[in-house]
Design a protein around this ligand. Structure first.
Ligand SMILES: Cc1ncc(COP(=O)(O)O)c(C=O)c1O
Length: 412
């Protein structure tokens, strides 16, 4: 078994590539023009409504097949805003996934509610919707699926169980701009959904976020929450609820408008690249691309995830495989470190949210998430998928090279 990374032997000299993958974020004269337009307008904030911001909200909501969009400072507060609007409150249980960015869980806890975790599917890493019904109790208020990596979760099952039990569905679509489930874009498939525009995201203004919904009541509550409790058409110092200032600036909206124009073409390119990688990598023993449900009519490809099995690499542990891939010039990472209920800060907050101080709570067993985090998952970032065919071939070549060298080492 190969456990050590013997650099010269395993890496075999010169790396497969030294050139960087396409830089991220990308911009051109459209961002420059819009930014200068805002600068000269002297209307930099959006407290008075703005010009770029309402235009972006309208266009992004339409892009996601939603009626309303409420742009906010980032994806984390988009979740908080949506949960506030939906009425998540102390005593509520919210069923969600343990395999996501911590903000999904933190926002549930900030609303005073308690996250209840069900495990993920082993071959998609999305929430295992078949396990949701068994997790429902009289305290369950909602379901928060995450379209992880840009791949829609099983929304048929999620919406069906929510309808039968009278539960709210708030989609964390922070990685899923343009993603579609059976031809309908994610975000407003349930009650509301959230998106992030943070730097690494497929459409970015450095920071930013938005809530989309088809429900007028949720739109109005989100609008107020973002605007320190004001109401549309109300007086400046009239505050009907305790909201907060979660506004974006006009500069961010200016960048986002330009980014949104580029998104459809980039999504097409990422899709073509991901299909090519799926096809090539599926042939390598020990490498398994994620299963694509045929009801996913568009994947946003924020992450290109695959499952690594050391058995195909003479027992080489994932950490060594990743180190070797990075040395070959491929920006691979292991992704999330642990299931969210294993994070001590999350555990403390969950215990504090339970009447008995949490004495009755133990972290749930989540074997599939545990395996993904500690043994199996390999992630590539979205900008890799904007590369050329040669860039994609270099990923395949690097993996094949590591496999070859692992086999040679095992023979020696
Ligand atoms: C699934 C998910 N939810 C929420 C967030 C939070 O978004 P932001 O970083 O914009 O606060 C992110 C972004 O990193 C995310 O990936």
């Amino acid at each position: 078994m190969v456990t050590k990374l013997d650099r010269p032997a395993l890496l075999g000299g010169a790396p497969v590539r030294t050139a960087p993958f396409p830089a991220w974020p990308q911009f051109d004269e459209r961002e420059e023009r819009n930014l200068l337009d805002v600068l000269h307008s002297r209307e930099w904030g959006t407290h008075a409504g703005g010009r770029m911001l309402p235009e972006f909200e309208r266009r992004f909501a339409a892009y996601q097949h939603a009626e309303y969009g409420i742009a906010v400072a980032n994806g984390s507060v988009a979740l908080e805003t949506a949960f506030f609007a939906a009425g998540f409150a102390p005593g509520d249980e919210i069923i969600t996934t343990p395999y996501t960015f911590i903000a999904t869980t933190t926002a549930i806890l900030r609303a005073g509610a308690r996250p209840v975790y069900v495990d993920i599917e082993p071959d998609t890493y999305q929430i295992d919707a078949r396990q949701i019904e068994a997790a429902i109790t009289p305290r369950t208020k909602g379901i928060v699926p995450v379209h992880l990596g840009g791949c829609p979760a099983d929304m048929d099952r999620i919406l069906d169980v929510a309808r039968r039990h009278g539960l709210l569905v708030i989609e964390d679509a922070c990685q899923a701009w343009g993603a579609e489930w059976r031809g309908r874009r994610v975000g407003a498939l349930g009650d509301a959904g959230t998106f992030s525009f943070q730097t690494s995201k497929n459409i970015t203004a450095g920071e930013g976020g938005i809530v989309v919904t088809n429900r007028r009541d949720l739109y109005e509550r989100c609008w107020s929450y973002r605007n320190v409790g004001r109401i549309p058409g109300g007086a400046w110092y009239q505050h009907e609820i305790l909201g907060w200032n979660y506004r974006l600036t006009e500069f961010q909206a200016a960048i986002l408008l330009a980014q949104l124009e580029r998104l459809p073409e980039q999504t097409r390119q990422r899709t073509t690249s991901a299909r090519y990688l799926n096809e090539r990598l599926a042939r390598i023993p020990g490498i398994a691309p994620m299963r694509l449900d045929e009801r996913v009519t568009q994947h946003a490809w924020h992450l290109y995830m695959l499952r690594y099995d050391p058995a195909g690499f003479q027992g080489l542990p994932r950490a060594r495989f990743l180190e070797a891939l990075q040395a070959e010039g491929i920006p691979a990472s292991p992704g999330y470190r642990e299931p969210l209920p294993a994070v001590p800060a999350v555990q403390r907050a969950i215990r504090a949210s339970i009447a008995d101080g949490g004495a009755s709570w133990t972290p749930p067993p989540l074997p599939v998430t545990e395996r993904a985090c500690t043994l199996e998952a390999v992630w590539l970032p979205q900008n890799v998928l904007l590369g050329t065919r040669e860039d994609l071939d270099s990923i395949v070549a690097a993996i094949e090279k590591i496999q070859r060298h692992a086999a040679e080492l095992a023979r020696d």
